[in-house]
Design a binder for this molecule. Structure first.
Ligand SMILES: Nc1ncnc2c1ncn2[C@@H]1O[C@H](COP(=O)(O)OP(=O)(O)OP(=O)(O)O)[C@@H](O)[C@H]1O
Ligand SMILES: [Mg+2]
Length: 255
């Protein structure tokens, strides 16, 4: 049996940043903090993270300076890119159990799930996670549906003690710095009144989240499954703070 914790970014709405935050947090924890991670990409049939990893490996193999960087990363740290597994959604429960009962040194297993609840597998999978983070953008309809979704998971799955859930947290994503923080604070207060909590870290809206690894040497690396994000661009992205808050919440430690 392993000590792996299972974590998912989840929301019944699509496009809220589940896959983006999964990659960014997994890579930051692995390449910067030395935490052993793996991702199960359960978002069938598109499996966007498996696709992203394959595109990156191709870009690295075809780009001299990136191939050199990959070589240096490997020789300096001994770190091969972490595993991203392609898992059909309907097999996910079985594959998680198999993974956890097998021999592995993974500390955090991330699940990338589809943006839909119209599938009984998803709720079962979520109740078997240790922690669930619900990304939420500051748009009225998103807020209402995300709060409803989170409250359901919190009240029905966590509080009733089904499965493994130890924490359900909202995570503000795509935050516009021009919007008033007292608006967010008011929502945070409301959430607390219904027993929900948001992560203290908020993730700003920024184009850097959209850009995959590029062969252009002038482009800084941020979102990547094979390299750590460059420190200059991490600053102000919220990812470093998210990682620290995540480690504190879960108690996961390097080594
Ligand atoms: N903080 C952010 N700032 C700007 N763009 C962002 C941010 N977070 C995510 N995005 C963008 O939002 C889009 C949707 O993100 P992503 O694919 O991660 O969402 P998802 O919840 O996984 O969607 P799906 O339900 O389709 O799987 C992407 O183009 C992504 O780059
Ligand atoms: Mg996704």
């Amino acid at each position: 049996m392993s000590d792996t914790i299972v974590v998912a970014f989840s929301n019944q709405k699509g496009g809220v940043g589940k896959s983006t935050l999964t990659v960014l947090l997994a890579s930051y924890l692995y390449y910067e903090k030395g935490i052993k991670v793996a991702i199960m990409d359960c978002d069938s049939p598109q499996h966007s993270l498996v696709g992203e990893r394959n595109r990156e490996l191709k870009t690295v193999s075809e780009t001299e300076h990136l191939a050199q960087m990959a070589h240096e990363l490997l020789t300096q740290t001994g770190l091969q890119p972490y595993a991203i597994m392609k898992i059909p959604l309907e097999e996910t429960m079985f594959r998680i159990r198999q993974y956890l009962s097998g021999d592995n040194d993974t500390q955090v297993l991330f699940l990338d799930l589809p943006g839909t609840m119209n599938n009984p597998n998803v709720l079962q999978i979520i109740s078997n996670c240790d922690y669930v983070f619900c990304p939420m953008a500051a748009c009225k309809y998103d807020i209402e549906s995300t709060l409803g979704y989170c409250q359901f998971i919190h009240d029905r799955l966590m509080t009733m003690g089904y499965g493994n859930l130890k924490g359900v947290k909202i995570l503000w994503n795509k935050v516009d710095a021009r919007e008033r923080t007292d608006l967010y604070n008011a929502y945070d207060e409301f959430m607390e009144s219904i027993g929900l909590e948001a992560m203290k870290t908020t993730i700003p809206a920024s184009v850097r989240f959209k850009k995959e690894l590029s062969c252009n040497p002038k482009h800084q690396i941020f979102r990547s499954t094979v390299f750590p994000p460059s420190s200059a661009i991490v600053k102000g992205s919220g990812i470093d703070e998210l990682a620290e808050e995540f480690l504190k919440l879960t108690g996961v430690r390097n080594g």
